[in-house]
Design a protein around this ligand. Sequence first.
Ligand code: NIG
Ligand code: FE
Length: 401
Amino acid sequence: MLLLRGAIEVVTPPATSLPLAGEAMDKIERHPNTDILIDGDKIVDIGKNLSSDGADVIDVSGKVIMPGFVDPHTHLVWSGSREHELEWKLKGRTYQEILADGGGILRTVKETRKSDEEQLQQESLIRFKNAIKHGSTTIEIKSGYGLEKETEIKQLKVANWLGSLGLAETVITFMGAHAIPEGIDRRSYILEVIDMLSDVRELADFCDVFCEEGAFTVDESRKVLEAAMKQGFGLKIHADEFGDTGGGRLASELGVMSADHLAGSTTETITALRDSGTIGVLLPGTPFAILSDHFAPARKMIANNLPIALATDCNPNCYTESMQLVQQLAVFRMNMTPAEALVASTINSAFAIGKTDRGCIAKGWRADLIICDIPDYRHLTYHFGKNHVDSVIIGGRIIDA
Ligand code: NIG
Ligand code: FE
């Protein structure tokens, strides 16, 4: 048993079995001067002056406790880096132009293919630990820098290995349909991706497709996702990153678990996603990293009751592991409130990867918590550019990442 004693406040979304939408996203609970009792990997009590019989006591006076962040969209297993592309972006080259010239994703594919599994583990572990240090306690990880069976499997194995270390939990996504690799025509590659599904079924929970101009069309995305659905994968999609190109509408037709990016989605697409029970995962680090002002219309989504989650998108184009930075961008650039940003980074982001036991501090929920060195939870976004996480508890254990 573990007793966290004397937090200034314990801040949490309300316990719910459905993602929060609309005005409910702004209604978090704040419990002043509160203790939390943990037994094994579960929260068993929260309240004032809890007794500590036999429990290890941690003094958290002066600290704020909130649920650990769930990052529901990362590409954090890759090799190499792309700092030179930032200079190209500053000179006006767009993300899609860089990709069309064999840079971007295709550049990272070349570097990831070259690395052996151990090197890929070591590069990825540094980022994984950094994510945890910044408060992420469950992390989704995609493949998609192999674009051939062998390297996709290598990436998925590394992602599974990260999840086996007893640090953060992982949810794994196969994303063979991330780009069309060089040297193969698109029809053949799509067949190859569909063929890979059975080889990676044991290694991944979800299947994702980059549905966008310059990547996969709506029809191609539908083919891959329908094949994945038949094999029992959960579905995700990268959609409407630059404009409403039909990806969001495809997501609503297929009833995917989450549609991610959505910066260009129209109001009709937003309401279709809401009606199909899809969660919108917003990735404000991405427009930030491509020097764009085109952030997802979060206020419109909240006004239309689409439940939204936030994620880092951690990748060599948008290189951050920090869910704190993402919440700051959500507040400063998408006009979300600090409470909405927290809900979108905890309970709603857990639902976006199919987890219903975390993201909330209440009796019976998983003890995934962060202890923050701030006087009031709103300082998490108000005071930007500093890591506020003092310690991280995952499954009831203090994790020293
Ligand atoms: O979500 N858009 C596609 N995939 C990633 C970027 C990956 C990369 O540029 O390496 C994204 O933005
Ligand atoms: Fe992504």
